[in-house]
Design a protein. Structure first.
Length: 257
């Protein structure tokens, strides 16, 4: 049995929603609709926060109309907290296909972390959110509109982000962001350049960010990772993270970009 209460996991879900909030969002009968044109699906999907009053057969067409107006595919994020009960089965029956199984991994106690950033010649450099969005976008070969949307979301976030690059002789090897809200820190956009993988850099970088957040008052940490990204999940497990809960998306289209 995992050492998490439903209340603790619900707080983590709230923190993840707060840290990913774009400026382009609105409520529709208890559901939070997000319309960021960026790559992150959590910033351009529906989060079913409460059951509302409309039957699903009336609510879904309204949501689809809203996403058509925004020129985005309608994507519904399904979590253990989604409302109403039985939503996932109802969406499947309505023809929405499931994709992108994701795990929210949690570490409830940041005590006992050991400094791991002790690799000779490495430098941890703090950069602006705009610089970070551009660095991650370049690594992913993201088009300019996606990079711009990413930077704007980070800049406008109600939960402040801190972005860091791990470099050697001015060359970027890895990067990550930390979003701290009260006693909780979320790790986001962790990346390692292909030529520098399997050298322990992501683990060292994440440990450094967790220590930095702990010194600023954070007591627990969370992150979101694709369920089938086994290499990343192994790194996070070595850092003391375990699975807290799972979520996935549904859409009428097949795995939208």
């Amino acid at each position: 049995m995992l050492p998490f209460s439903l209340a603790e996991l619900a707080r983590i879900e709230d923190a993840g929603l707060n840290a990913s909030a774009p400026a382009q969002q609105r409520l529709l009968d208890g559901w939070l609709l997000r319309f960021s044109p960026g790559k992150a699906k959590r910033a351009r999907c529906i989060n079913a926060l409460s059951a509302g009053r409309l039957p699903l057969a009336e609510k879904l067409p309204l949501c689809e109309e809203a996403y058509r107006e925004a020129a985005l595919p309608m994507i519904v994020r399904v979590t253990p907290f989604s409302e109403p009960p039985g939503l996932d089965e109802a969406l499947a029956a309505a023809g929405l296909q499931r994709f992108d199984d994701t795990r929210v991994m949690v570490r409830l106690d940041l005590q006992g972390l050991d400094p791991e950033l002790a690799i000779d010649g490495l430098c941890l450099r703090a950069i602006s959110c705009d610089e970070y969005a551009d660095a991650v976008g370049a690594l992913r070969a993201s088009p300019t509109p996606e990079r711009t949307a990413h930077a704007a979301r980070l800049r406008q976030s109600a939960v402040p982000y801190q972005a860091f690059l791990l470099q050697r002789d001015g060359e970027t090897l890895a990067g990550a962001q930390a979003a701290v809200e009260f006693d909780m820190v979320g790790l986001y956009d962790v990346f390692t350049v292909p030529a520098a993988r399997d050298k322990g850099l992501a683990r060292a970088l994440c440990a450094a960010l967790l220590l930095h957040a702990r010194d600023a008052g954070a007591q627990r940490a969370y992150l979101q990772v694709d369920a089938d990204n086994h290499a990343a999940r192994a790194v996070y497990r070595r850092l003391g993270f375990v699975d807290g809960y799972a979520y996935h998306y549904r859409t009428r289209e097949r795995e939208p970009a």
